[in-house]
Design a binder for this molecule. Sequence first.
Ligand code: SAH
Ligand code: SF4
Ligand code: F3S
Length: 448
Amino acid sequence: MSAAAPAKRLYIKTYGCQMNVYDSERMADVLAPLGYALTERPDDADLVVLNTCHIREKATEKVYSELGQLKRLKAARGADGGAMTIAVAGCVAQAEGEEIMRRQPAVDLVVGPQAYHRLPELIARSHRARGERLAADFAPQAKFDALSSERRPSGVTAFLTVQEGCDKFCTFCVVPYTRGAEWSRPAEAIEAEACALADQGVREVTLLGQNVNAYAGEGGLAALIRRLARIEGLERIRYTTSHPRDMDEALIVAHAEVPQLMPYLHLPVQAGSDRVLKAMNRAHTAESYLALIGKIRAARPDIAISGDFIVGFPGEREADFEATLDMVREVGYAQAFSFKYSRRPGTPAAALPGQVAEDVKEARLHRLQALLDEQQRAFNAAQTGRTLPVLFEKPGRRPGQLVGRSPYLQAVHAAAPERLIGEIVPVRIEGAAGHSLAGVLEAGPESA
Ligand code: SAH
Ligand code: SF4
Ligand code: F3S
């Protein structure tokens, strides 16, 4: 790009999971050669991208209300003689692209999660005519081939997609329809991207996949982790999200043997009742999940377990819900996400009898979250007095303070000089406040 090219402003708003965060970064990468630079506000943006999530009804509705606001901004820009292009990307674009175009005429183009490498071409076409604006094909291979391994990481941690899509078809979930079938990137391409990240100061990567532990490259996810652990400068490796069904022996062993692999595992169980699990098509039982947790803890006793839960799945009775609470008590979660079941059009569970009343879902969610919150606080409080290696990421809330992450993914605040950003430093934990920890540098801020 010639130096004379005028900078165009790009505003990206990201909803949903970490993979959307990764995709948003990659969209910015794809658009940079066209002269687009990121801006913090949509008001004066030349191009607005909403990277959307379809997982629950609320997430989807947010997109339409955001589009209503953008329509006004676009009109104001037009009245001033400017122009704003509005693009909808991500899982809502994939699932209801036609409907978006119909419901909101201000939208110029729609692009699915496997087609955003074609944004430059789609933008050019949409400027000529408001037509041919739907790219919703499923070809992750073509996308990754088109993306460069060079990235512009904004910090010392980064996401790295290694696997996409899902073949599990849990009956409540839209992901198999929005992301397509399970597909794994070749290990060489992942390694090249990880090396480039490490060269630019990234110390921690989180490997992403809708079913990351179904990674199908040779030797599976465990072999990939061991390969990446050899990269100089890459000190920490995490991965998310895993399915209990794909948690193989080799991956469990990696937790015991690979020092770079952090002792944290997000392993969603969704529910504690076998009746409900079966109706969800989860392919695990409460007992098999607990046995798995037992094996993982035997390999890595201090591992922090995280999970996802759905309350009020169709047909869930009080006793089923109690089984979920029992499961939580049995496992002891360091952290968790929990949701009220949301009926998604086109998924099998949407048509099941026994849909649970909203107030019942609400009450169950409240009880579950109280228990999970108590467990998280207990897990955090138990760190008091310990010294943990903390990877400092950025300045903290107060002057002179940095914030980083413990191996267990807890946020840790400590007084520390800025030059320690990107360093892993021993921090003595003095206490837990809310969902984060506070500590002091083991050696003291002056001598560190
Ligand atoms: N692939 C991941 C999760 C994808 S979605 C996995 O299998 O774990 C993230 C979480 O959203 C799910 O784990 C589930 O707890 C929740 N979720 C998915 N569909 C939902 C629905 N229809 N209603 C409520 N929560 C849902
Ligand atoms: Fe959705 Fe189930 Fe696939 Fe996870 S495993 S993405 S919950 S269908
Ligand atoms: Fe949402 Fe799509 Fe991720 S539906 S959770 S953005 S895979």
